[in-house]
Design a protein around this ligand. Structure first.
Ligand SMILES: Nc1ncnc2c1ncn2[C@@H]1O[C@H](COP(=O)(O)OP(=O)(O)OP(=O)(O)O)[C@@H](O)[C@H]1O
Length: 257
């Protein structure tokens, strides 16, 4: 079942320095349960595409469907959770208070909120930190809290804009494993922006390689790796060959203009 469908999506920003073609003729089909990574150099439109899916930007041309709806309708129906690059936690609320805020707005009961908050705190390895305030946590822990917040209301689609970019490698490995585990257990459809080739290859069923000026897709690589992936899979020939394909895709798209 198709969950996200983009057909010839273009998006041009009008700036004081002239038009910026952030996306040009982007077409992509994401099926239910896919884990799709977007990878490419800075400015290739990864964030813009994710934001367009989330109705935070409006394409200038083409069509986008999310869960069978126009993006703004999907947004109103809370069809997805969104994790931003920066944690964006309210400093006057505790970590648990931040996580439960969207649930409060959506009208979940107090008991349900408490139970969901605890579950996602466990999931991101922050059990015991619910009563702390954001400033009492490291940057990495704050980002994990923001992931927990996006997971709490259990939308079928999770959009993540480089959520682990600021984390050290050990924490990143653990969260990658936790995210894969969550994805397998829940069957969620995940769109994930990253700069890291190993991260894209480790996590994805589909890797979308993009290039800038104008932002476009240069390669879509379907992963042959099994869904069960211990971290050690990164040392296998299949993994290394896939990483090589991504690298080639990035090289192909590397035009100077
Ligand atoms: N609101 C905006 N107004 C004008 N230009 C914008 C705006 N948002 C993005 N852009 C431009 O659109 C292009 C694509 O940006 P985008 O942030 O989507 O790239 P990206 O691939 O996510 O980059 P990064 O990896 O650095 O996050 C860039 O040239 C950027 O400067």
């Amino acid at each position: 079942m198709t969950v996200i469908q983009a057909r010839d999506v273009s998006l041009t920003f009008q700036t004081a320095d002239g038009p910026v073609h952030a996306l040009k003729d982007v077409s992509l089909t994401i099926e239910r349960g896919d884990f799709v990574s977007f990878i490419g150099p800075s400015g290739c439109g990864k964030t813009t595409f994710l934001r367009a899916i989330a109705a935070l930007e409006t394409p200038t041309a083409g069509t986008l469907e999310v869960a069978g709806m126009a993006p703004d309708q999907a947004r109103r129906q809370r069809a997805y959770g969104y994790v931003f690059q920066a944690p964006g936690l309210y400093p006057w609320r505790t970590i648990a208070g931040n996580i439960s805020l969207p649930l409060e707005i959506m009208g979940f009961s107090r008991a349900d909120r408490a139970q969901r908050t605890q579950r996602v705190l466990d999931l991101v390895d922050l059990a015991g930190f619910g009563a702390k305030y954001p400033w009492q946590l490291s940057g990495g822990m704050q980002q994990r809290a923001s992931i927990a917040r996006a997971l709490a209301f259990d939308a079928d689609i999770l959009l993540m804009d480089e959520p682990f970019g600021a984390l050290d490698e050990i924490v990143r490995d653990r969260l990658n494993e936790a995210l894969l585990d969550l994805w397998k257990k829940t069957g969620k459809t995940i769109g994930f922006v990253t700069h890291s080739i190993p991260e894209a290859v480790y996590l994805s069923t589909k890797i979308v390689v993009m290039s800038p000026r104008p932002g476009r897709i240069t390669r879509i690589i379907d992963s042959p790796l099994p869904r069960d992936r211990p971290l050690e899979i990164r040392d296998t020939p299949e993994f290394i060959a896939l990483a090589q394909q991504v690298r080639e895709g990035l090289r192909e798209g590397h035009g100077y203009d």
